[in-house]
Design a protein around this ligand. Structure first.
Ligand SMILES: Cc1ncc(C[n+]2csc(CCOP(=O)(O)OP(=O)(O)O)c2C)c(N)n1
Ligand SMILES: [Mg+2]
Length: 644
């Protein structure tokens, strides 16, 4: 059989098969990518390193006689779930699926994103999901690829983000080739990530795969959301489909996030309405424009303070009730409601580790504390991302906060009488005035050292905002201590901010920003992110992925030439031990040599500007970079900043 005939035969096979359910939607797209060489036409590779798996015998049968592969069916399942992208670093353990995505699926839904590191692939999916509100998939190579993926999966877990992680494996020992196929196989690959995924499975048949993939999607997307993991047997991907007629892709059910108990929400409404100074703390509440509008409606109805911890874009930054940078207000509250706050204790207590580790409550004695969210519905034992147990919680309502808002608002409105309304108005006015004072102070603080070199972080942020504020912008990353955009930018849409890493694992910012930019691209938004130099150094090759896939993004490096957060800790340690701080640059600064990030960027095919040391050079550099971004390219601007 000639190659072309075989291709047609094979690619039409599934079209003709009588799959029920969603398979009917998944008509294989015409293969537009060039087909890889068949094994027969390949030249034998010279013996490689001892771990490479090499065939030492000719294939028993001519492989071109195979007309279907399990991978084709797996692609149909992914199409039925409308999965847009599959990020990966290529590998033999999923060569069957990889080939099927290209030649059966036409490299569309999912489209492959080539990533130089599995951590990049997962973080891209994390950033994407927080803009697009749905998961994309990543796949990694056996145990080694999964080992690289783990920290990013942990970040996504802590950040409550759905990511569909898949990994290749060869289950049957008698089928594994010598070398890599043994050292990269495991009997239970999911074991390494089971503490920070919501669910995992290793399907042993194609029908099992279909059911588990649809279940994985549903489980990941049902709040509290989290990553899931599927281990895919290589044989299952590569072998012909034996029983096409019996295969079925299950329908993805509509799923409803859990609303908190009506009685408990009514009780909360009563507490809020009766309170003198209620405070609402929000972290990962808002996913949709309606959710944002509901948050505003609740706060305005009560004229109460909102503290946004910034895990998502929960509340407009310029709203008069936004008191996020007035944390002292917790001490005045008689009712505190924490919504989707993963680590409550950290929000309600002041902590210092500089001399000895000490803490004290920030809330006043007798304050009623209520939680609303999914924290108690999803936690595991080993990793301690849930934080210290918070004493004095009066009522813990298990349920999705965004979903619970409409009912809570309704109950609050029912209870408010005219006398209360006027008291609320007075309260709101006071809060607005205090907020204006905070903003004026921030504006004045921002001018300190305005013309200094290295450039102040406040000036850097102001210059960037001046360039983007009239665009449909989306800020998708900042360094840990960079609060100027939250204080001074006009953030009012869900995509004006998408939160941080979740697990504070460094190496998140660049690839997650690229993933978010990918999601923003089809909406025509201008994506901008700031990232630390230390963060960048973990995953610089993510820039190549952005260039290769033409993902427009303005990435500004806040280059303080140090792992500065750790610098401060080390200096505090040396001071505490009375040994002076002269030695504390070792292991902390990123100098000698200084990294030329713009040149690094250009090396990866990305527009590069900098290093910028004179603040007056910033605006022209940003303009040039933005011109590149608007032409559809990523651009990097290296800004040498002071440490603040
Ligand atoms: C994977 C990982 N390694 C190390 C750390 C410890 N750490 C916390 S902040 C930080 C410095 C990050 O440097 P940079 O991105 O330049 O930000 P800066 O502190 O300079 O503002 C490091 C190394 C971490 N959080 N995660
Ligand atoms: Mg730094």
């Amino acid at each position: 059989m000639s190659k072309s005939k075989t291709d047609v035969g094979r690619r039409n096979f599934l079209k003709c098969a009588t799959f029920a359910g969603a398979a009917a939607l998944a008509t294989p797209a015409a293969a537009k990518v060039s087909a890889p060489e068949t094994r027969a036409s390949m030249k034998a590779a010279p013996p490689g390193p001892q771990l490479a798996a090499v065939e030492t015998m000719p294939p028993v049968k001519d492989p071109v006689s195979q007309q279907t592969s399990g991978g084709d069916f797996m692609v149909d399942v992914m199409k039925s779930l409308d999965i847009e992208y599959l990020s990966m670093n290529c590998a033999s353990s999923f060569r069957g699926l990889h080939e099927a995505v290209l030649n059966h699926g036409g490299n569309k839904k999912p489209e492959i994103l080539t990533c130089p590191h599995e951590e990049i692939a997962v973080h891209m999916a994390q950033g994407y999901a927080k803009i697009e509100n749905k998961p994309m998939a990543m796949i990694c190579h056996g145990v080694v690829g999964l080992q690289h993926a783990t920290m990013a999966m942990y970040n996504a877990w802590c950040d409550r983000v759905p990511v569909i992680v898949m990994g290749g494996n060869i289950i049957e020992a008698n089928k594994r080739g010598p070398g890599a196929e043994w050292v990269h196989a495991a009997i239970d690959p999911g074991a390494i990530v089971r503490d920070f995924v919501k669910w995992d499975d290793q399907p042993t048949s194609l029908q099992h795969f279909a059911e588990s993939a649809v279940r994985a999607y549903k489980v990941a997307m049902t709040p509290p959301m989290a990553p899931v993991m599927l281990s895919l047997d290589a044989e299952l991907q590569e072998n012909p489909i034996a029983d096409a007629e019996s295969l079925r892709i299950p329908k993805l059910s509509r799923f409803n996030p859990p609303q908190g108990d009506a009685g408990a929400l009514t009780e909360l409404a009563r507490m809020l309405v009766a309170a003198e100074n209620p405070v609402i703390i929000v972290d990962r509440v808002v996913r949709s424009p309606q959710g944002l509008a509901n948050m505003v409606e609740l706060a305005e109805t009560l004229q109460c303070a909102v503290l946004d911890n910034g895990g998502r874009m929960n509340f407009p930054s310029r709203h008069p009730l936004n008191q996020s940078y007035r944390r002292g207000i917790i001490g005045q509250a008689d009712v505190i409601v924490a919504m989707e706050v993963n680590e409550l204790w950290g929000s309600l207590n002041a902590f210092s580790d500089r001399i000895v580790r000490t803490s004290r409550p920030s809330y006043r004695k007798g304050a009623k504390i209520v939680t609303l969210g999914g924290r108690d519905l999803l936690l595991k034992s080993n990793y301690q991302d849930f934080g210290r147990y918070q004493d004095n919680v009066e009522l813990a309502i298990a349920g999705d906060a965004e979903t619970s808002l409409p009912f809570l608002i309704e109950q609050v409105k029912k209870l408010i009488d005219p006398a209360r309304k006027s008291a609320y108005e007075a309260r709101g006015k006071k809060l607005a005035a205090a907020r204006t004072a905070m903003v004026e102070q921030a504006k004045s603080d921002a001018t300190i050292g305005w013309d200094a070199s290295p450039i102040t972080v406040a000036r850097m942020c102001a210059e960037v905002y001046a360039q983007i504020k009239d665009e449909d912008w989306s800020l998708v990353g900042t360094t840990i201590r960079l609060s100027w955009p939250q204080k001074l930018w006009d953030q009012k849409k869900t995509y004006h901010w998408n939160g941080g890493s979740g697990g504070a694992g460094i190496g998140y910012n660049l690839p997650a920003s690229i993933g978010a930019a990918l999601a923003n691209k089809k909406h025509g938004r201008l994506t901008v992110a700031f990232g630390g130099d230390g963060d960048f150094m973990f995953v610089p090759s993510a820039l190549w992925t952005a260039a290769h896939h033409k993902i427009p993004l303005l990435y500004v490096i806040q280059n303080n030439r140090a792992y500065h957060q750790e610098y401060m800790y080390l200096q505090a340690m040396a001071a505490r031990h009375g040994r002076g701080i002269s030695n504390t640059e070792v292991g902390i600064t990123i100098t000698n040599p200084n990294v030329d990030y713009a040149t690094v960027a250009r090396g990866f095919g990305v527009h590069g500007e900098g290093p910028i040391t004179d603040p007056n050079d910033l605006a022209p550099a940003l303009k040039r970079a933005l011109a590149a971004v608007k032409s559809g390219q990523p651009a990097l601007v290296d800004v040498v900043t002071d440490p603040r």
